[in-house]
Design a binder for this molecule. Structure first.
Ligand code: GLN
Length: 311
């Protein structure tokens, strides 16, 4: 890793370099997401010592979307342990898009916690006694991984609830195979609410830095994640976090990471730093175009690939 001044220089350079890259489209299948400003672009790095290096629109809020998935997976593991959690979700990359309607043909479980099916199964495990309790508890836990109060964007939640037929189909399919319980609407509310939590790019970098820092938030000192399961989260991020780009990402970037359809990408450089990039224009797989470009170059320049020989 570079020192702080060099890193600031590098991300400033990357921000400048990719600012004019305007390929890709803002997601509109959740209508509310279509209101995002396509030009917003922010890069933030948090070291495990709690130092922040930022450039661009790192304070702009957007919904976390699929980046909630690894965090919810961590909470399910903390609540239920490995054996029980893995009865409901696998850890195998699917090679398919995030919203594909498919289960493992043998086990009937969703392939992994990073695709929608797996995340809905995880939501059914961590939902509370009633819909508001489950969402409140998720928010409370997530707040420990940042230094701000977080809340759900009600407009996005409503937009996704009204248009989420595909996720509803996935949930009913899983119920049919006994992967999730009968409280299907409650589970979907939990999942849609988790995806609708408002964050900014600083939050995402700090959440990633908390995972990198053995579960401890490097700014507040709070225990955000149990160290017992950060390995599980990192392994599934590495193999499944970027959906049907996961293999290419592991090869070229080599940093466990998760993307979301609002345009964020969060990456964990274990024991070193959390990195987040925000830019809402997405490629066909639902990953931020500028996000991928920045991560690729940052990883190359700083020797961040997990298997780099000279770091
Ligand atoms: N809420 C979104 C959905 O379920 C999350 C997808 C994503 O960010 N890739 O479709």
């Amino acid at each position: 890793m570079l020192n702080i001044a060099e890193l600031q220089q590098l991300i400033t350079h990357l921000h400048e370099k990719y600012r004019d890259l305007d390929e890709g489209e803002v997601a509109t299948y959740i209508p509310e997401l279509g209101k995002a400003n396509p030009d917003h672009f922010g890069i933030c790095v948090y070291t495990v010592e709690g130092q922040e290096i930022s450039i661009g629109d790192t304070g702009v809020e957007y919904t976390i979307q699929s980046i909630c998935k690894p965090l919810a997976f961590a909470y399910a593991l903390e609540d239920l342990g490995r054996d029980k959690t893995l009865m409901h979700v696998g850890v195998e990359p699917s090679g398919d898009s995030f919203n594909s309607i498919e289960l493992d043909p043998v086990s009937r479980r969703p392939y992994n916690p990073m695709v929608n099916a797996g995340a809905i199964a995880v939501a059914s495990l961590i939902k509370g006694e009633n819909p508001e309790a489950g969402v409140g508890r998720f928010l409370e836990r997530l707040c420990k991984a940042t230094d701000r109060n977080l809340r759900v964007d009600q407009a996005v939640l409503q937009s996704e609830t009204l248009t989420g037929s595909r996720n509803k189909a996935i949930a009913y399919l899983m119920h049919n195979f006994g992967v999730i319980d009968t409280e299907i609407e409650h589970t979907l509310h939990q999942y849609f609410s988790q995806c609708s939590v408002l964050v900014n790019t600083r939050d995402l970098a700090l959440m990633a830095a908390s995972i990198a820092n053995l579960g401890e938030n490097p700014v507040t000192g709070a225990e955000a994640f149990s160290v017992q399961y950060t390995r599980d989260v990192l392994a599934t991020l590495f193999t499944c976090g970027m959906y049907n780009y996961a293999g290419e990402w592991a090869y070229r970037v080599g940093v466990p990471a998760k993307s979301g359809v609002s345009g964020g990408i969060m990456g964990v450089v274990n024991r070193e730093a959390g990195i987040a990039v925000y830019s809402p224009r997405l490629d066909a797989r639902g990953n931020s175009v500028r996000g991928i470009a920045v991560f690729r170059e940052l990883a190359e320049e700083c020797g961040l690939h997990a298997f780099d020989v000279f770091a």
